[in-house]
Every structure is written in C-alpha cells, then in structure tokens.
Design a protein around this ligand. Sequence first.
Ligand code: ADP
Length: 481
Amino acid sequence: MSTDPKLLSAILEAAPIAMVMIDREGEIALVNTETEKLFGYPRNELLGQPVEILVPDRFRAAHPGHRGSFFATPTARRMGIGRDLYARRKDNSEFPVEIGLNPVETGEGVFVLSAIADITERKQAEEKFRLVVESAPNAMVMVNQHGEIVLVNSETERCFGYPRADLLGQSIEMLVPTRFRENHPGYRHDYFNHLVTRSMGAGRDLFGLHKDGSEFPVEIGLNPIRTQEGTLVLSSIIDISERKQAEQALQDRSDELARSNAELEQFAYLASHDLQEPLRTVTSFVDVLQRDSHQMRSEKVGTSLRFISNAATRMSELITGLLEYSRVGREGQQVIVDCNTMVNAIQEDLSHIISESRATLNVEELPQLKGCEPELRMLVQNLIINAIKFRTKDTDPSIRIVARQEQRYWQISIHDNGIGIAPEHQNRIFDIFQRLHTKQEYEGTGIGLAHCRKIVHAHGGKIWVDSYVGKGSAFHFTLPC
Ligand code: ADP
C-alpha cells in the first residue's frame, strides 16, 4: 500500500496524539502539532533530526539498534513490550510514554509512523494504587486471568515468607496448600466468570501455605480490577491464626467447663449416695449401743464399736480420696518427668506389698514426659496397686510396664495376669465409686481409676483397658509428647 504524503500529513495534524514519522536512517520526516506540544520543540527543530533527540540520554545509545530491528521486520505493534518507555522533552525532562509503531510504505521507501501517548497520569494513578496496596495492613496479591501473580505487597512477603521476586510471575497456587491445590484453578475460573467483590470460600476453612511448608488459617477478600491489560483480581489475605487460637482456647475452656460441670453433677449424686453408706452403718450401731448397751455383753459392745470404727475409717478414706480427686488439674507445676525414675520410686514405696504378694515387675525403657509429677505418680501407682490387688488366687502377680511412641503422644501400658474384667464393665470402672466387688472380696474405695482418668484427661490424654476375664488386663494411657 502506498500513501499520499499530503493526505498523511493532514490525517496526522488532526490526530489528538503525538505522531512522529521517521525514515530508515532514523531521521524525523513528519511530526504533528501534538508532537510540538508534547516535546516542546517547534516543528523546524525536529524535522531532519535523528529521532534519538526525543529519547532520554540513558536509552539513546541502544535506540538505533531497536530501530534497525524494527525496519528488518516492520509490522504494526507496540514498542518495548515489557519495558517502561520514556521520552525526552526539549528542556531535557522525561515523561513515561506508550508508543505504537506502524510501517508506512511510500514512494520513497518504508517509513515508520509512531503514535506517542503521554502516560504520566496513568503512571501516577498506578503508583498511587501501588502505594495503597503496599501500605495495606493485609497481604495483598494481584493475579491475572492465568492465575499468575502480578503484584504483591510487603505484608505478603512477611506472611508467606517469600521475597517478592520469587512470587511475581509465578502461579498463585504456590501459596495454596497441596491438598487444596487441585481444585483451586477451578475456583479461580469460576470467579473470573462471575466477577464481584466478595469474600472467598464461604463455609470453607481457608489456609495459606508458607514457604517453610507450614499452613496458616486465612480469610480472603476478592476484588476484580479492570485494567487495560484485562481483568485482574486483587485478593486481600488476613492471617487469622491468632483469632483461631483464641477461638480454640475459648472452645477448650467451654468444653472443660462442660466436662467439670458434668463431673460435679455425677460427683454430687455419688457422694450423697456412697458417703451415706458408712454413715448409716455408724448411726445404726450407735442406735443399737444407745438402746441395748446396758444389757449387751461386752464382746458384743466391742463388735459394734469395731463396726463403727471401721465405717468411720472407710468414711475418712472416701473423703480423702474425694478430696484428692477434686484437686486433680488444679495445682501442681508442669515439669519434665523421667518415668523410669518415677516408677523406681513407686516400686520402693510399694516394696512391702510387692514382696508380700510375690509380685514381679518388668519395666521396659520409659520416656520423659511433661506433666505434674505427683499426679503422674499417683496415676501409675494406682494402676500398679490394682494390678497387684486384683490378682488370681493361685498365680503370683506378674506386671509388665511398656511404652511406645505414636506420632504426637506416648502410650504407656501396664499389663497384669490378674482376674480380668468382663467387657460390659470395662467402661464404667473409670467412673467414680464404681467397684465390681464387695469390700470383703477386695478392699478399696472405687475412686482409684476415676482419679487416673481425671489425671490423664487433665494432661490431654486418654485411658482405657483391654482385658479378658481370668487372663489379665492391660491398662493403657496416652500423654502428649
Ligand atoms: P478400687 O480399686 O478402689 O476398687 P478402682 O477405681 O481402682 O477402685 O477400680 C474400680 C474397679 O475396677 C475395681 O473395683 C475392680 O473391680 C476393677 N479393676 C481395676 N483394676 C483392675 C485390674 N487390674 N484387674 C481387674 N480388675 C480391675
């Protein structure tokens, strides 16, 4: 296509944008009024000059090279894609520009017509936007339609642990935990098809992925931003770890309250019921003594007094047990407890009943655990005492204590070869005052295992039993590492 230079120049004059036409040597052949205004040169100072007078000094040396390569393959396109372009005014000041290049064939050969737009205002607006994003108290991440990160602020660097350069141009999915990554592009496409300002993932828990591989809970707001380069999405991301922790602490506290409330109710019921029993014994024998003592033989008086004394002792044991039970978890410092040392000390304390019952204890290597030492000691001691107490008549007690580590906790097990517990009783024995035998068969208060369970719960663990009647039991408890 060839163009009439006069017609061309008339069109250029009418254009509201600076237009500069150069020849193959880079000399300015044509400019319009808008160019004179923009660059501050009168037309005669431009015509015949190398176009490089419009290029800032720092880019000038490279310009003839760019020019040469355009003339080698002249097609209509934008100049300097991916680079910021600047132009120079007569007074040497610079301003940012966007330049469109068009080859123009004339009778005198190929010329290049450049349309030059001053984008100072747009750049200033962009800079303002960047500053607002930068100073936001939340992490702000902008992505394009392909899910590539095009802008982040310093809070994003802090929150996710990456320097900015490692984020820009990368896929946003790098900030999404692997388990959610597969679905994320789908959500992204849906969002680009329904662009509205809204929060992300309603009803779902959202997590961010830190560079070190750790996850943290987040809340995300999405804002579509329409730009010349297409629609971008600006996400504002808040790390809500602290809030979640506070919520969890509140939840734990309310669970704890509900648990201790239920315990209190059960406790009140059982205390009134079980403490009445020895008290009834005491009062009924006191009645007998009051009524009949004058006509009773002294040995009968002696027996009644013994019953009274036994009942009073039992009452005192029950009350002591209850007091100890009610104190679990309320006092006592958390320290590192070496369970090997602790079990040795328990064995020494129990040496009398161990040797009397001819029990053997086989203790494997035990861990160090964090907890309240007197409580952990009470826990293990109760279980050892039970393992000896509930032995079969004809076999010496043999007790084995072992520990094994699971992911986040230790499990300690105390195996015995005693009488065992029928399956239907295996849960209720952990409730307060629940006994499977009369005190004539096996003495006790029925508080021991309830006490154990309370201690284990207060330390964040669980306790249960595996048992076979006539073969033996294994009491297991877990405590966090
Ligand atoms: P106590 O020992 O004072 O009766 P516990 O709360 O320690 O109370 O135990 C509750 C009941 O659980 C016991 O009465 C007994 O029937 C049963 N039990 C506990 N430990 C064992 C064990 N090692 N073998 C068999 N039965 C057991």
